[in-house]
Design a protein around this ligand. Structure first.
Ligand SMILES: [Zn+2]
Length: 109
């Protein structure tokens, strides 16, 4: 990881941590989910390319560095919620449920 990339990563991680701390203060945890939209071109649920990263850090501060294949621009995605499962089969089932309920699949589900 380049020094400037590390700086960006840490900055985003700090913001994610602050957001989590704010959530923790609220007795009724209300997670406001944002739709998966490219911040450059506005494409809803764009197909993205993600490079494998050697970065390491707490799971709750995981950040996805993605390239939008619609416009070619790079952006950072911060997952607010983590569902952790043991197997790829469990992950596929969960993902399938999410896609069905999210409405981000273009009405295919
Ligand atoms: Zn885009």
């Amino acid at each position: 990881m380049q020094p400037e990339e590390k700086k960006v990563f840490l900055g985003l991680a700090e913001r994610a941590t602050l957001a989590l701390e704010e959530l923790a203060k609220d007795p009724v945890i209300q997670v406001e989910t944002s739709p998966p939209v490219c911040p450059h071109c506005g494409q809803m649920n764009p197909v993205v390319k993600v490079r494998e990263s050697e970065a390491e850090g707490p799971l709750a501060e995981f950040i996805i560095r993605a390239t939008c294949l619609q416009c070619g621009a790079e952006f950072y995605a911060l997952p607010y919620q983590m569902d952790c499962v043991i197997s790829a089969t469990d992950a596929a089932e969960l993902l399938n449920e999410r896609v069905k309920s999210s409405g981000f699949n273009g009405g295919k589900g």
